[in-house]
Design a protein around this ligand. Sequence first.
Ligand SMILES: [Zn+2]
Length: 450
Amino acid sequence: MGQPGRRTLIKGGVVLPMDDQIGNFERADILLEGSKIVAVGPALASDDAAVIDAGGKIVMPGFVDTHHHQFETALRGHLANGILINDGRPESRSNYYETILQKFSMVYRPDDVYINELFGSLSQLDAGVTTVMDVSQIHHSPEHSDAAIEGLRDAGRRAVFGYFEGWGEKSAYPGDARRIRETYFSSDNQLLTMVMGGEIYIPGYEEAWRIGRELGIPIALHVVGTFGMQPTFDELGAKGLFGPDNIFIHMTGMSEQGWKYAADAGSHVSLSVPIEMQMRHGTPPLQTSIDLGMSISLSTDVECTMTADFFTQMRSFVTLQRMEANAKALAGEEYPRLATANDALRTATIGGARGLKLDHKIGSLTPGKEADIILLSADALNVAPLNSAAGAVVTLMERSNVDAVLVAGKVKKWDGQLLGFDIDRLRHEIEKSRDYLFETAGIERDLFAD
Ligand SMILES: [Zn+2]
């Protein structure tokens, strides 16, 4: 399947195409040819197609994660109770900036980067996240960059390689972006594309922005008030330097004027709702970005502090938006429209595709797009009986309900099992990497730390 000319019929599922022109179906088929979707509708005929029985399944586009630091996979859970930066308060003892970025990340070797990227990619593929923007702040040498790209590529998933900073003498950021683009991303007709990282709290970011625009790729950056970047953000906005090619991650603690610049420029906002609540980034600016009519998506950020599964993302999105609106309703104030399960699904699929400039290829089950499709078990013990399709996905499901996953028409997960990888061997490799990272960074791995 997925080979040129090969036809596949996904038959008899509840279909949520995430495309208003097509609409939802209680029972429909999806016809694929090679890597692409050819048709969506009831009772499609195709004699020569391989048939996937989607009875009892919800069929929809794969989830799109617009910001995930996959190089940190070996550090999973280490900062379960951690906050973002050391602000002098008691919880600062374990903070992300000092522990992960200033200690752990400094000791990564290219081999660590590779296994972390691969393992993190496969975990999300297994959970139905068919596209990621990987934010790898680990480019200490061109070999580190190559290893990150190889890890993403070997997973066989659709990924956007986010070329962010690195540290030390051998770091070639940002200039090496030209070589990387030429070597790995000269074709648009592949699973991997590229985004330029341009953190405005790092001196020399102007050069990164220039190169990103020279290469014609989006520019992504973290925008967090606690890093003291509000004045710089406002200044860039005032100079007219924002564009629809900007992906602003978090957008916490920014001024009203800064928001206006970003909205007027058509920039995109990537919201990491559970992380922002957990780690003191500031209250996730859901309502602000919705009120300004901005293009928004969801992102998982870091597994050292929170899972990278998208059911958690979608539930956090609806519950937080509704909590704020419901509080106003209870106080007798005017309140915004309550977010629905369908809003969460849109944000988690086509919203992410738009943010990554991939909506011409993915994000909905529109004929002509690539077949990145997931089949979710609506007949499972935790979901049946099915009474609301979008509601079931957003409020009831979890990763065990991801029955099958296709990327560009190729089956990556089937009958609940990820295909093509010896997970035991990979687990052993990432444990070895984990042991090396903790030992070399001089950090104790304490299973029972508070
Ligand atoms: Zn981040």
